[in-house]
Design a protein around this ligand. Structure first.
Ligand SMILES: [Zn+2]
Length: 443
């Protein structure tokens, strides 16, 4: 479908039918990132106050919580007093979703499920006003790279397994002008089918799991495939932590820029990488706080508050990722604050017998040549197993060297085992996890 038709006819009609004014919001919020830092902080404080007060007055769950914590909302100074508000955990959301909605609002809603990569999927309810803002923020981020609503997209993602959901997604894909390349059952045949479909469809941009796009690029190199004129303008990676080795290979193979997105099903896009390479937080959409980590560094648990949701807002929601915020300005001209480090899930840490926490990206720095894919699995505090899909160049000397490097970081008491496998499969949502912790750090 031509992008103009997709944007101005199909998308507008869907917006009207759904009661989801994405285009209108996009027009109203496009300028916000380019305001000064103080102006953005002012907008955020105003929105924060409105969300917190409305939630206290109208949502039974928050009223009870605030009262129990002894909070006098009329005297609450925001954002300074945010720390007084109790943290909303995933289990709170799961157990109380019927008490977490504003009964005063009669709205149309949609339901979405999180991928549940930590084993506990959540159902998230979104009213159309919130989902419109969420989508508008997403397109505002994409616009930095010349991508607009209705542009052709190749989506490297999971595909629903039950038939009805599959056909609904298929219809959505057609109406949204995108093709879907499935993260399940990725073998030689599937990858060559990817290439055939991409060359025919000529997407303006790719979007999806970095592990899958990386895998496809490896396949392109092995089979000497190049896209030439139909190469995408940008590759947007999302849903998993993006590693440097993936970015480097994807950019080199597709000869275009990789832009990293940080978001969640619950909230939409929280932060997005600008052309200068910084992750800017959408501060008019969420208020992001970092809780002290206990790991002895400046990073900590990320906690977010939604600023445009009056139906079932998340207030101080612990999203399950670890990161830190930078105060430094960015050369791109945006006044939005910067997420300095995004370290992924709490369960992404290897814990040593001495209780030292090491971010599992360490594995990506160790396993380079001779290893096509790897996955670290920690079954107990003193044992780490690394599953390896090797290629022909892997030698015993290289393996000993890898083991030595790991031992240097993890200490001599950690037993390290290598297990050679022919393939490593993604989890139920299609995400490939480079590290799996089975020692119960999940929130
Ligand atoms: Zn920037």
């Amino acid at each position: 479908m031509h992008s103009w038709i997709a944007r101005n006819i199909v998308y507008r009609s869907i917006e009207l039918a759904r009661g989801e004014p994405v285009t209108g919001y996009l027009r109203r919020i496009s300028h916000i990132p380019y305001l000064s830092r103080d102006e953005i902080a002012g907008i955020q404080a105003e929105k924060l106050r409105r969300v917190v007060l409305t939630s206290y007055r109208n949502i039974p769950f928050y009223r009870k919580r605030f009262d129990e914590a002894g909070i006098d909302v009329d005297r609450l100074k925001l954002p300074e007093d945010m720390v007084k508000i109790p943290i909303l955990e995933k289990h709170d959301l799961r157990d109380n979703y019927h008490l977490l909605v504003n009964p005063e609002l009669d709205v149309r809603i949609s339901r979405e499920s999180t991928s549940g990569s930590s084993g506990n999927p959540l159902t998230v309810i979104k009213d159309r006003d919130k989902s419109a803002y969420v989508r508008a923020v997403m397109y505002r981020c994409y616009a930095q790279y010349g991508v607009d609503i209705g542009d052709k997209q190749a989506r490297f993602w999971g595909v629903p397994v039950d038939k009805r959901a599959y056909f609904i997604e298929k219809l959505k894909d057609i109406l949204s002008n995108r093709i879907r390349l499935s993260a399940f059952m990725v073998d030689e045949e599937a990858l060559s089918e990817f290439a055939r479909r991409l060359q025919k469809f000529k997407p303006r941009y790719f979007c999806g799991y970095p592990s899958l796009i990386y895998k496809f690029c490896r396949w392109m190199i092995d089979h000497n495939v190049a896209f030439g004129e139909c190469a995408p303008l940008v590759v947007i990676t999302t849903g998993e932590v993006l590693y440097d080795f993936q970015r480097e290979l994807i950019e080199r193979t597709l000869k275009c820029r990789v832009a990293n997105e940080y978001g969640a099903t619950e909230t939409g896009v929280i932060a997005f990488e600008c052309p200068e390479g910084k992750m800017h937080i959408n501060a008019d959409h969420v208020c992001l706080e970092i809780l002290p980590s206990g790991y002895g560094r400046d990073d900590g648990d990320i906690v977010v508050t939604e600023l445009n949701n009056y139906y079932n807002p998340l207030i101080r929601y612990r999203i399950g990722d670890v990161g830190s915020v930078s105060e430094e300005p960015c050369g791109c001209g945006m006044g939005l604050p910067v997420l300095k480090a995004l370290l992924g899930r709490q369960s992404s840490f290897i814990v040593t017998p001495e209780n030292k926490y090491l971010y599992s990206a360490l594995l990506a720095y160790v396993f380079k040549k001779g290893v096509r894919q790897f996955q670290g699995v920690q079954d107990s505090k003193d044992e780490l197993t690394v599953r390896i899909v090797k290629d022909d160049s892997l030698t015993d000397t290289m393996l000993s060297e890898y083991k030595r490097k790991l031992s240097d970081h993890l200490g001599k008491t950690m037993r390290i085992k290598f297990e050679f496998v022919s393939t490593i499969n993604p989890d139920r949502s299609g995400k490939l996890r480079y590290f799996v912790s089975k020692i119960g750090q999940d929130v």
